[in-house]
Design a protein around this ligand. Structure first.
Ligand SMILES: Cc1cc2nc3c(=O)[nH]c(=O)nc-3n(C[C@H](O)[C@H](O)[C@H](O)COP(=O)(O)OP(=O)(O)OC[C@H]3O[C@@H](n4cnc5c(N)ncnc54)[C@H](O)[C@@H]3O)c2cc1C
Ligand SMILES: Cc1cc2nc3c(=O)[nH]c(=O)nc-3n(C[C@H](O)[C@H](O)[C@H](O)COP(=O)(O)O)c2cc1C
Length: 552
């Protein structure tokens, strides 16, 4: 009898999975979460039983029982899952999950300017199929302007699940609106007052690096060192004028958006990505203008990618002119996205304020100088007292150890110093005792020693145990951070063996690559490891969070 009751209970438990739609999300900045919330709310309004889950807390062991599943997941880093979904992603790809019986649909969120567009969505979609899941509709990928595609996906998913899922509750659409509630957009951003803006490099430097201080008074924004601030910039008026001229469009052309009319020029300044283009943007433009040379470019993937990496929307229009209407042209463009900046301060030191360190992007290509949209917005178009739309990226990849006795080694070049300034302010306020070693590289000591006075003061007061600086252009032979690492290999290994956390922040193309190579070399030399063992050691440090990197 007891066995029968247990059996009945178990069957009832399993029925729960049969009749329930699980909506799982993996999201870093809230976009995939916003879609999942919409799907969950929509399911409830249709009378379905539904469970909403964050991959961060989800018990992957349950995956084998789930029968109806929607997944929304973004991609971060270079084709990696968002930090919050890393564990779930790993478990699903390991032997920990051996089979899946769910009928499922996956929505990947991403940015087509990245090489691995929606990679995590793609990986999870494939993996679920391999494990025995049954896709009810193919993987759908959303670009940066994800809202419309995502809403369509939600509607399509429910069409696919109709007839599969039983309606178990009263259909209740009262109060339900089919809208994405949050996600990242400038309208939901906090408008922070610009308190201070100063150049950290001198006038004779080959670059401009800015220190920007923003007020967080009454914002409710609670950051910790390692977080990043997202800034929504606007395009320069002069650049938009050039573009309008090239297209022979009237700047006052009325553009209708949700019953409101806006001037074309203002739409281009505030809403569209003009300094960055992607192969997809080029393809969409090509389909509308019919240009032979452009068609040839599309046939060569490598050249197409190189063109997209170098060019902007004005190049596209000037290099491949053609007849195009305003509406078609706007349909080609992507939504203007925020830019992230590592927080360079600690609340313990600065209170209701957040500092950022910004390199002003000014690239000269031929006759035209190209300015980065957000860095030049901060440098040229804002004054002290102006409001800056910002959001907070709470989960970054760099985190100080909870135990202040744990040694830290911070390796940076250029603006990569920003999160470490935050670390040092925090450690100073906490009177952290562990060894703190900062390695910092720039071009010239006279013109580019960012935060020089502060860093020297930290060294004198002991907040920094070691300060190693390297300036590539101070001597004939170029020297970089990687040289410092190799010259100090024995000391670095000693810190590692004492449990130190190594942090790296700066350029992904230069710093990250050379630092990794140098670390592998010192692991081989001082720990007597062959290449494979050195790599395994490095991977173990990463898995253990003893190596943390934020590179961009
Ligand atoms: C997690 C994270 C943290 C970041 N932290 C910082 C930070 O602390 N400080 C900081 O300055 N930046 C930081 N960045 C980079 C920042 O988000 C922007 O990408 C950068 O400021 C360029 O934006 P922009 O709008 O000015 O230029 P865009 O309009 O985006 O780019 C215009 C053109 O410049 C090129 N370009 C972009 N960056 C560079 C570069 N560094 N050198 C040369 N050409 C470039 C682009 O490819 C494009 O062709 C971070 C990025 C990430 C992902
Ligand atoms: C630092 C960073 C790295 C990113 N890397 C990728 C990538 O490799 N591939 C991709 O398709 N999208 C990439 N994206 C774009 C995000 O996936 C996209 O903005 C998505 O809408 C974020 O969704 P979320 O808020 O749910 O995390 C990246 C975004 C950031 C900020």
């Amino acid at each position: 009898m007891a066995l029968l009751i247990l059996d009945k209970l178990k069957r009832k438990e399993m029925d729960k999975y049969k009749d329930t739609l699980y909506v799982l999300y993996g999201s870093r900045t809230g976009n995939a979460k916003a879609v999942a919330v919409l799907a969950h709310e929509y399911a409830k309004s249709l009378g379905y039983a539904t469970v909403l889950g964050d991959m961060q807390d989800f018990d992957y062991g349950e995956l084998q029982y789930i029968e109806n599943l929607l997944i929304t997941v973004s991609t971060h880093g270079e084709g990696e899952p968002p930090v919050q979904a890393e564990r779930f992603y790993e478990q699903v790809h390991s032997t920990a999950v051996s089979s899946v019986k769910a009928k499922y649909a996956v929505l990947g969120l991403g940015d087509s300017s990245y090489r691995y567009f929606c990679q995590t969505g793609e990986d999870l979609d494939k993996r679920l199929a391999t494990l025995g899941g049954q896709s009810v509709m193919g993987l759908v990928k959303c670009d940066i302007d994800f809202e419309e595609t995502a809403k369509e996906w939600v509607r399509d998913a429910f069409v696919a699940f109709k007839g599969i899922l039983p309606v178990v509750n009263k259909v209740d659409s009262a109060g339900f609106t089919f809208e994405l509630k949050s996600g990242n957009n400038p309208n939901s951003a906090y408008r922070a007052e610009l308190l201070e803006k100063k150049m950290l490099t001198t006038a004779d430097s080959s670059k401009k690096v800015l220190h920007v201080s923003l007020s967080l008074k009454n914002s409710g924004i609670e950051y910790i060192p390692g977080d990043a601030i997202g800034v929504y910039g606007t395009n320069s008026r002069a650049f938009v004028d050039e573009l309008l001229q090239a297209l022979k469009f009237d700047k006052a052309y009325p553009v209708k958006v949700n019953e409101e009319t806006h001037l074309l020029k203002n739409r281009l300044i505030h809403e569209y990505e003009l300094t960055l283009i992607t192969p997809l943007v080029i393809r969409k433009y090509a389909a509308l203008v019919q240009h032979k040379a452009l068609d040839r470019l599309l046939d060569n993937e490598a050249q197409l990618e190189a063109y997209a990496a170098e060019g902007d929307v004005l190049d596209l229009v000037l290099d491949f002119p053609g007849q195009i209407s305003v509406e078609d042209f706007l349909s080609v463009l992507r939504k203007l996205n925020q830019r992230l900046y590592s927080v360079a301060s600690s609340r313990a030191a600065v209170g209701d304020r957040a500092d950022i360190t910004v390199k002003v992007i000014e690239n000269n290509h031929g006759e035209r100088s190209r300015n980065g949209v957000c860095s030049s917005f901060l440098w040229n178009r804002l004054d002290v007292g102006d409001k800056v739309p910002i959001t907070l990226e709470t989960i970054a990849k760099l985190r100080l150890p909870e135990d202040d006795n744990v040694p830290v080694v911070m390796i940076s070049a250029g603006t990569g110093i920003a999160p470490f300034r935050a670390f040092l302010q925090e450690r100073s306020a906490r009177q952290a005792k562990g060894n703190a070693w900062l390695i910092f590289g720039e071009r010239n000591s006279k013109s580019d020693f960012l935060y020089q006075e502060e860093l020297l003061a930290y060294k004198s007061s002991g907040v920094l145990s070691e300060l190693s600086t390297v300036f590539s252009r101070d001597q004939d032979q170029k020297r970089y951070v990687s040289h410092v690492i190799e010259e100090n290999g024995a000391a670095l290994i000693e810190q590692l063996e004492k449990g130190a956390v190594i942090y790296v922040c700066g350029s992904k193309d230069t710093l990250a690559v050379t630092v990794r190579q140098s670390l592998l070399r010192i692991f081989a030399k001082y720990l007597k490891k062959d290449a494979e063992q050195a790599l395994a050691y490095f991977e173990a440090l990463k898995a253990n969070k003893q190596y943390q990197e934020e590179v961009y």
